[in-house]
Design a protein around this ligand. Structure first.
Ligand code: GDP
Ligand code: MN
Length: 390
């Protein structure tokens, strides 16, 4: 689960990371008040969306008057901001962060991620920050410093100092960097984060280290024990298709194609998506209905897939081990009636109670397209799609 920049800054500040003073606004007027409250003569106004790359997309601006703050904020509110990291729809701006502008002498990059190979938290840092880590890795890989942390020891002071020196920091900044590194590590570990990123971490004209941007993601499986983090969830930033599926307890990922998939098991779902592509089609989604899917659950899966207006054909592929084909078949028939389906539906059932499942489908009198193998199902779904287009 992602959170907003201002929330990440608030959390990191609690652990000891220096951040600029700022305030949140829900309207252009409020943004103006925030600037006045903060004082000074220059402010940075920043769209709060769950995405980086806002600067390049026009979501961040340095403003020199209260009027300018208000005016820029009014162009942000309600806008769908499209960045390099979002899809073509972008993310809606409903909150704006106003902070006192910093005087930047140097921009650094600092990230904490989970390194699956070493099974440890890894720090990635560079003295050349500001740009995205992917671009940094492409254009200046030699500047990247990496360090893994032993969970039994934690991030020791000497290790943090070593990293600070490797980044070329001057004596006066090394102690600040050590504080920041250890604070980020504690925040990461104590709050079940999966990612902490400060980009840029700047050195100001007077030699202070300050986090100008902050990003945190959290392990959704640990949210049950982090209610204070769970509260920060902002549904306006989520793909509505995925939010609804999550409420139903379905594992769903929205994609760009038009063949809607209802599958059991993550592996089979991935394989089915591959087969659709191989047959020349594009899947509209990944969806795993899980084991022991009741007819009601199958109906919910249909509703979830149909909420995507691009879907033109539905492919149901069930290999029933824990599941029962007759239940799934009943779910398909029920969905047809309840939802008032008009799209072609291809169904492939295999495993427990498959004969009973097939009988239910045939006996329903519904115009279902059936298949015996995965390849046949994918071919038939793509053919049904082509027939619609013709
Ligand atoms: P992102 O593009 O979504 O990662 O948003 P950032 O918070 O990183 O802001 C983008 C860029 O705006 C930064 O890399 C800075 O160069 C610039 N920026 C942000 N805050 C300030 C500030 O206080 N002063 C100045 N001069 N530039 C800033
Ligand atoms: Mn940034």
């Amino acid at each position: 689960m992602d959170i907003h920049e201002y929330q990440a800054k608030e959390i990191l500040a609690r652990f000891g990371v220096p951040v600029p003073r700022g305030g949140l606004a829900y309207s252009p007027e409020q943004a103006g008040y925030r600037a006045r409250e903060l004082g000074g003569s220059a402010w940075v106004v920043k769209a709060q969306i769950h995405s980086g790359g806002r600067g390049a997309a026009g979501g961040v601006k340095l403003c020199r008057s209260e009027d300018e703050v208000r005016e820029f904020a009014s162009t942000l509110f309600g806008r769908q901001l499209v960045t390099k990291q979002t899809d073509a729809n972008g993310k809606g701006v409903y909150r704006v962060w106003v902070e006192g502008a910093s005087d930047i002498a140097q921009e650094l990059y600092l990230g904490f991620v989970l390194d699956r190979t070493s099974e440890r938290i890894m720090i990635v840092a560079s003295a050349h920050g500001g740009m995205e880590i992917e671009d940094l890795a492409a254009t200046d890989p030699a500047s990247l410093q990496r360090m893994t942390i032993d969970p039994a020891v934690g991030l020791s002071e000497f290790q943090a100092r070593e990293l600070a020196f490797a980044l070329g920091l001057k004596a006066g900044q090394v102690a600040q960097m050590v504080t920041i590194l250890r604070a980020c590590y504690r925040a990461y570990r104590d709050l079940d984060a999966t990612m902490v990123e400060i980009n840029p971490l700047v050195i100001t004209g007077t030699g202070e280290l300050v986090a100008l941007d902050a990003k945190m993601s959290f392990d959704t499986n640990a949210l049950f024990r982090r209610p204070e983090i769970h509260e920060l969830r902002d549904r306006s930033q989520e793909d509505p298709r995925e939010s609804t599926a999550g409420d139903y307890g379905l594992a769903y990922v929205g994609l760009e194609g038009d063949i809607g998939c209802i599958i059991n098991g993550a592996g089979l779902a991935m394989a089915t998506m591959d087969m659709i592509k191989l047959a020349g089609g594009e899947p509209a989604n990944f969806l795993d209905i899980g084991g022991g899917a009741s007819p009601e659950r199958v109906v919910r899966a249909f509703r979830t897939v149909l909420a995507d207006r691009n879907v033109a054909v539905i492919l149901v592929n069930i290999f029933a081990g824990i599941n029962r084909c007759d239940w799934v078949a009943e779910g398909v028939v029920q969905a047809y009636r309840e939802v008032g389906l008009t799209l072609p539906v291809v169904v492939r059932l295999a495993g427990t109670n498959v004969e009973e499942g097939k009988r239910i489908l045939e006996g329903s009198g519904l115009p279902l397209i059936t298949a015996d193998t995965l390849a046949e199902a994918a071919d038939k779904a793509v053919a049904a799609r082509a027939k619609l287009a013709a």
